[in-house]
Design a protein around this ligand. Structure first.
Ligand code: ADP
Ligand code: MG
Length: 615
């Protein structure tokens, strides 16, 4: 296995410049960190106090965009232009969010064109990707200023439960901010790395990561084996966090001190005071504050009573996650606390009591995710050669399918060892042999990839096309040896070969192959679409012929000649280079034959019934 760093813009293969930063793109706060003398270092404010950049964006009337702390005061004064919690919108459609729309001070809209939600500020529409990119750009600028150099590579963390669309949106936001996102890492994985868990090959552990942030709660159960992290269960509540604790304090004060009605800004001031009380009570036992002419007090014991039901909800999530993981509490070897709200002693005690062991709280819970992302970045940069965590396959591995298409079985960047299988079938009736071409590379057509091996699965018992179940299994071991097995599952016929994918490719060549795939991506997509349309067209032509044969008894000569005409037109379109024409002809053939197919079904059913009646 090998790793390489290529500069996607210049096309050069980089060996010397190895700075990759780690970014925690949070719902409430975001941070950027990098490795300095082997240790993660969070980029802090000029005054050195906090590394947290509030995930807030204010669009000033004069077009200026303000990100971070400076945007906070506008939350009350100009809520329609102050965007918070963008992370909740990532990869979501309007209908996903409709229930929460009223909680946002800003306007979200539906855009039919791409179905993803947009945020409206005056007459400008922003995608969540663009908004996240603004936060990422702020972080990029901060780290560039601190280090006095250009930074253009990053690892960004996301919650373990993020789906592909949300991960892709995060990646795109990075790209838009001028960052090559070398990897998207799960937040709990990053937190574990920050604690050094999973950094050595022989670490074998089960870890619980309890993350209580500003607006969200996540519990993740991870299994780490041979330096590979696997998420075995996640649970949580996307609307439960520190903000709710603040709200509980506000409500308590309102009744206790009989505060009555507030103006919006008095209300905001009260919330801020509640948050301050909560924070003070993480280290002290008594709080005294002020709101207008009221003196407000809160003791730690009172706070604990107030938040107990909320924390209990997080524990319900923990129980559910453990149940999903199928684990007993004793099976958890490490419990890690993440998120600002886990500073509260009551939270730590409750979690520790549940798991029956001390929790990890040695590191700053605000910073662990960013610190872990920086460690992951450092590993990717190749600065920690001792680590095997990086063992990934640098190029995709797959087989050739009909039309010369590459069908990827093990995608590039998959950690090894690994094994994947896919099922295929035959395209010709009575097919006895199947040629399996094994390829490596990122292009959609195998002709542009590198052929590693070819073998034949023979002695498949004759069956109609589409009936055999052919399983192709790729097993890649830690030394980079690929074993390919093909098996016909109905008959048990099987063949197997060993391949050494990296043989004969050096880093330069690998870089070139990757770059080619990027340069030709659009071309390839068109060729792939054409090849797919041709495959579909050929299948349609064949099934039209079959249909005529099988139903000649009742089809009218007129119907038969029309089907044949449509099929001939489709067949001639397949010879041409236009996928649109092929698709149009597929559709017209379909449109013509669908009612006939329905009729065929009726005819078959009727004759089957007749058969029964005679008996
Ligand atoms: P996110 O991951 O959602 O971006 P963070 O992990 O940054 O959020 O957590 C922010 C939350 O942590 C806020 O609700 C804040 O009030 C809370 N918090 C920060 N410090 C403390 C503290 N000392 N005690 C209690 N809560 C705290
Ligand atoms: Mg967080």
């Amino acid at each position: 296995m090998a790793k390489i760093a290529i500069d996607l813009k210049s096309g050069s293969i980089k060996k010397e410049d190895n700075l990759i930063v780690g970014i925690d793109l949070g719902t409430t706060n975001s941070l950027v960190a990098y490795i300095k003398d082997g240790q993660p270092e969070v980029v802090r404010d000029p005054d050195g106090r906090s590394g947290l950049v509030p995930s807030l964006i204010y669009f000033a009337a004069d077009q200026e965009v303000i990100v971070g702390d400076a945007a906070r005061s506008h939350l009350v004064a100009d809520p329609g232009r102050t965007i918070f919690s963008v992370k909740r919108l990532m990869g979501k459609s309007f209908s996903d969010l409709a229930d929460y729309a009223h909680q946002m001070g800003y306007q979200i809209i539906q855009d039919d064109q791409d179905r993803l939600v947009k945020v409206r500020v005056d007459d400008i529409f922003f995608t969540p990707i663009e908004l996240s990119a603004l936060i990422l750009r702020e972080l990029k600028t901060r780290v560039e200023t601190e280090l006095d150099r250009k930074v253009d590579k990053a690892v960004i963390t996301v919650p373990a439960y993020f789906n592909d669309a949300q991960r892709q949106a995060t990646r795109d936001a990075g790209k838009l901010a001028g960052l090559d996102v070398l990897r998207i890492v799960n937040e709990p994985t990053a937190a574990s790395l920050a604690y050094g868990i999973g950094l050595s090959r022989d670490d074998s552990k089960t870890i619980a990561v309890y993350d209580l942030g500003g607006g969200t709660f996540d519990i993740s159960i991870l299994r780490i084996e041979d330096g590979v992290f696997e998420v075995i269960a996640t649970n949580g509540d996307t609307f439960l966090g520190g903000d709710d604790l603040d709200q509980a304090i506000v409500s308590h004060w309102e009744t206790r001190f009989n505060l009555g009605e507030h103006t919006p800004s008095a209300r905001q001031a009260l919330r801020l005071e509640a948050e301050r009380a909560k924070k003070v009570l993480s280290t002290e036992t008594q709080f005294t504050g002020q709101s207008g002419n009221h003196t407000l007090t809160l003791s730690r014991a009172e706070l604990e009573t107030l938040i107990q039901p909320l924390i209990e909800r997080t524990m319900d999530c923990c129980r559910a996650a453990m149940k999903d993981a199928g684990l007993e509490k004793q099976a958890v070897n490490e419990v890690i606390m993440v998120g600002g709200s886990t500073r509260i002693p009551y939270v730590k005690q409750t979690v520790s009591a549940y798991f029956g062991r001390p929790v990890h709280d040695e590191l700053d819970p605000d910073e662990v995710v960013a610190a872990g992302a920086a460690i992951q970045a450092d590993i990717l940069a190749g600065n920690r050669k001792d680590l095997l965590l990086l063992d990934i396959t640098p190029l995709s591995l797959g087989i050739e399918t009909v039309g010369g298409l590459m069908d990827v079985i093990i995608p590039r960047n998959t950690k090894v060892p690994c094994g994947y299988a896919r099922q295929y079938t035959t395209s010709v009736d009575g097919q006895k042999n199947l040629k399996i071409g094994v390829f490596q590379g990122e292009r959609d057509l195998v002709a542009n990839n590198r052929k590693l091996a070819e073998f034949i699965l023979s002695d498949i018992p004759p069956m109609p096309a589409g009936i055999p179940k052919l399983e192709i299994r790729f097993q890649l071991n830690a030394d980079g040896i690929l074993q390919v097995t093909a098996k016909e599952l109905r008959s048990g016929t099987s063949q197997s070969i060993m391949v050494k994918p990296q043989y004969g490719i050096d880093e330069e060549e690998m870089g070139r192959m990757l770059l080619d795939s990027i340069r030709h991506a659009e071309d390839d997509m068109q060729q792939k679409a054409l090849a797919e349309a041709r495959n579909e067209g050929n299948m349609m032509v064949q099934s039209a012929k079959k249909f005529v044969q099988q139903n000649s008894s009742w089809l009218t000569p007129e119907e038969i000649s029309r089907i044949e005409e449509h099929a001939a037109e489709l067949a001639s379109a397949i010879e041409d280079e236009s996928k649109d024409t092929i698709q149009a002809r597929i559709e017209s053939l379909n449109a013509f034959t669908t009612p006939l197919a329905h009729k065929a079904l009726e005819v078959h059913v009727a004759s089957a019934m007749k058969g029964q009646a005679i008996k």
